[in-house]
Ligand binder design. Structure first.
Ligand SMILES: [Zn+2]
Length: 126
């Protein structure tokens, strides 16, 4: 695929951020004329998790905390991410593990689940 240059901003580069954790990925994407304005420094362009999130999701199911009543298409993430074992996930939510092993969960719901442990540092288990 060739890139159509933006008349004003040329290759119009942006650093894609991870849809899950919101951290910048180690890559640059050239948007060119595909993006109407000048591309922002960071932009979430797809729902592909970054390497770190893929690594975490391989250990269990990621619970990504979002604000209550947030926009479902573009949820506002609080930055808190907890990884639970598959068995624990099934036990807590009484449902199958999501295909990408990533679940968004509202703050209030997570607090309820975590109880006293909420807010304390949860170490990754090996
Ligand atoms: Zn990520």
């Amino acid at each position: 695929m060739s890139l159509r240059l933006h008349s004003k901003y040329g290759v119009n580069p942006t650093i894609p951020v991870c849809f899950v954790c919101g951290k910048p990925k180690n890559e640059v994407v050239l948007l060119g004329a595909g993006y109407k304005e000048e591309a922002p420094m960071h932009l979430c362009i797809d729902k592909e998790p970054c390497e770190e999130c893929k690594r975490l999701a391989s250990k269990g199911v990621m619970l990504v905390e979002v604000q209550d009543n947030t926009d479902k298409e573009n949820p506002y993430k609080t930055g808190k991410i907890i990884v639970v074992k598959e068995e624990a996930y099934k036990h807590i939510f009484n449902t199958e593990v999501p295909p990408k092993r990533i679940a968004f969960i509202e703050e209030t719901a997570l607090k309820k689940i975590m109880g006293d442990k909420y807010g304390t540092e949860i170490k990754e288990t090996k």
